[in-house]
Write a protein that binds this ligand. Sequence first.
Ligand SMILES: *[C@@H]1O[C@H](CO)[C@@H](O)[C@H](O)[C@H]1NC(C)=O
Length: 153
Amino acid sequence: MRQWLALVALLAIAVGPSTCFQPRRIMFARCSAEEKMPRAVFMSCANRRGVCEVRIGSTHNLRAIFIPDYNSTNVDSHVRWNSWFEVPLPGQDRDACDGEIDCPVIAGEVTRFTYVLDIQEFWPRNEYPVIWTLTDRATDETLVCFKFKINIV
Ligand SMILES: *[C@@H]1O[C@H](CO)[C@@H](O)[C@H](O)[C@H]1NC(C)=O
């Protein structure tokens, strides 16, 4: 019985939904002329091209690669939807230095930010414009900011 359960757990890990989605480059836009944008953004989407589809109940990984202009030891990660007004993503982990980025962030060095997005049941299926900002908490300077769309299916 115990072995059988272990096998089921192993299979669940091996074929779980998040491992099915290959990361791919997604389109993004800059937030403003003053704010630095990433070199590239990758996301594990359910579809191969176009607006990134994410599935309710799945996890999707996001990775943004950028070269910051500032040093930072304390980075705030802020995600929000921008539909009629900006709505912060519920339950987000705001502390980027807690495993989402290597801290300290060094000005001029290629930096990778990674985030695991949990697409929860209560999010209505729709296309959403997303704005993501990484900010140095000490100076309030934007390290990087980007906008993209996801489609919750
Ligand atoms: C960032 O920190 C490095 C040392 O870690 C230092 O050499 C460099 O001058 C700093 N750069 C800025 C823009 O503050």
